[in-house]
Design a protein around this ligand. Structure first.
Ligand SMILES: [Zn+2]
Length: 398
């Protein structure tokens, strides 16, 4: 268990979100309706139990030295595009859509969910849409009562809530393009920094960072396309998140990008692929930022990249009627991450298992089983390169 960290002279920044009813494009656009996230501050409840079988029970203790995790979610990416051009056997050829991700994974990480494996990584569904997906991802298990994007605030303690319990308010931060994302990241709104969607409201402590303010204002001025309503384009979400990362250096930063999903729904494959490329460039920007933060020593930051669901081949749809959209991918690199490159899981993995990886990396005390993904992704105390290499698939060629 980690004790609460002192925040020193850092400017406290708590962005309280006004959740307009921005809808994912699986639903018809609706008029924005103000919905405050005004739940009372409460003690963080014990973590929910994970249904995942614990193949990781025998996994080693997490490595010391990980100070920070950046978790990036890329809404609605198919694994086929993630692995395209990567050189992994069974992946599509051609130029890679995510060259930076594969380069960084090859250097210091692991990616799961690609072709040719006995076991996939899957969202639990049964409706493969965003809000249930994010609730599973952050809650560590499928939500008990959320089947679509109309759900209210999660009632489950999330991994962000758990990290917040031993961190200051500004040490846990969320920047997302989609406003409803805020409903999945915490059961205790206002307990840490959340800037979800284009128009953040009720700014309690914005601090004196004029640059961050300008980024948020720019995002608000560009609300809408390629989403609808209060959607903030990824360009602006990413810019604000990077600024926050560089200046505040939070212990857990969660960034939710969504342009690819919306271009997919619009039936725009070029836009979808372009958005994936821009997300990949953002991943490289984050890596550069953490390199600067960790400069002069060993890496102290882990970066995890995943998605909330896949989608069907035409890109327009995902959900219960499209079983393929259950498949997701998980990539991680940097501090504390096993260097396995593109690899196959040794057991079926669930999207909710990502929460266990964040817990393990940040050494968050919890009663919840850590889940099978920890053993696949988190480095053992002594890095067994021979064992790791034996499990690597062909490639990548980048
Ligand atoms: Zn979607």
């Amino acid at each position: 268990m980690i004790v609460a960290r002192a925040v020193g002279g850092r400017a406290a920044l708590i962005l309280l979100t006004l959740l307009a009813c921005n809808v994912k494009s699986t639903e018809p656009p609706a008029l924005a309706t103000a919905e405050r996230l005004d739940a009372p501050r409460a003690d963080v409840a014990p973590a929910p139990a994970s249904p995942a079988p614990s193949a990781a029970e025998a996994s080693p203790a997490p490595p010391p030295g990980v100070e920070r995790v950046v978790l990036i979610t890329l809404d609605g990416l198919r694994w086929q595009e993630v692995f395209a051009g990567s050189g992994v056997e069974g992946a599509a050829g051609g130029p890679p859509l995510m060259p930076n991700l594969h380069r960084l994974v090859a250097e210091s990480g692991t990616i799961l969910g690609g072709p040719g494996c006995e076991h996939d990584v899957r969202a639990s569904g049964p409706n493969y849409v965003s809000l249930p997906g994010y609730m599973e991802l952050f809650g560590g298990r499928p939500p008990a009562a959320c089947r679509n994007n109309k759900c209210g605030q999660t009632k489950a303690t999330t991994v962000l809530d758990e990290v917040r319990a031993t961190s200051s308010a500004e040490d846990v931060a969320v920047f997302s393009s989609w406003s409803k994302y805020a409903r999945a990241v915490t059961r205790i709104p206002h307990s840490f920094v959340v800037s979800s969607g284009a128009r953040t409201a009720n700014v309690r402590h914005l601090g004196d960072d004029a640059v961050l303010r300008a980024h948020l204002d720019e995002g608000a001025a560009h609300a809408g396309f390629p989403g609808w309503g209060d959607y903030r384009p990824d360009e602006h979400t990413g810019r604000a998140a990077l600024r926050y990362l560089e200046t505040v250096r939070p212990r857990l930063l969660v960034v939710g990008l969504g342009d690819a999903d919306d271009y997919g729904h619009r039936g725009d494959p070029k836009g979808y692929r372009r958005a994936i490329g821009e997300a990949d460039a953002f991943i490289a920007d984050v890596d550069r930022a953490v390199s600067a933060i960790d400069a002069g020593g060993e890496r102290r930051t882990a970066i995890v990249v995943t998605t909330d669901h896949g989608r069907e081949r035409s890109l327009r749809h995902h959900g219960a009627g499209f079983p393929d959209s259950a498949r997701v991918f998980v990539a991680a690199f940097g501090a504390g991450i096993a260097r396995r490159g593109p690899t196959c899981a040794t057991s079926p993995l669930r999207l909710g298992d990502v929460a266990g990886v964040v817990r393990a990396l940040l050494r968050v005390g919890t009663d919840a089983p850590e889940g099978s993904l920890v053993a696949e992704v988190v480095a053992p105390p002594t890095n067994d390169a021979a064992g790791s290499n034996a499990r690597m698939l062909a490639g990548p060629s980048l």
